[in-house]
Design a protein. Structure first.
Length: 139
């Protein structure tokens, strides 16, 4: 949907699942120079992703821990505390928001690749009470 003419090369990277959050962030830092060559770095997943506690109704109000974690992530991005997001368990609601890191790791890689660029948020919201659908754009 991003490139309907299919005229942009796309390369998929695997997530190193057992690696620590700081390693995911560092991977993004190492990929960041590719941006200067016109490479678009996309991390797909959810900042808050707890399927086991998900409400059946897509429009169910977000759980308090979902909102707390999501807003803390935004705050840390905006205040330049990005590297601290690698240790998500220290943030309010972290354990419930990221019960497994498979959907959070791509965010950390993209976050690292964003360097110190200003962030914008093209979409902010939650679904099913336990999924943050926040989209973050750097640069």
């Amino acid at each position: 949907m991003l490139f309907p003419k299919a005229d942009t090369p796309v390369y998929q990277l695997s997530v190193d699942y057992p690696a620590a959050g700081k390693d995911q962030y560092e991977l993004g830092r190492r990929l960041a120079p590719l941006r200067e060559e016109g490479v678009l770095i996309v991390g797909s997943g959810n900042i808050v992703h707890n399927l086991s506690l998900m409400a059946p109704d897509m429009d169910a109000p977000p759980e308090k821990w979902n909102t707390a974690f999501d807003l803390k992530v935004k705050e840390y991005i905006d205040k330049g505390r990005r590297e601290e997001l690698a240790d998500y368990r220290k943030l309010p609601g972290g354990e419930l928001s990221v019960p497994t890191p498979d959907h959070y790791w791509p965010f950390l890689a993209a976050l690292g690749a964003g360097l110190e660029d200003k962030a914008s948020y093209p979409y902010e919201g939650s679904h099913h009470a336990t999924l943050s659908m926040r989209a973050v754009r750097f640069g």
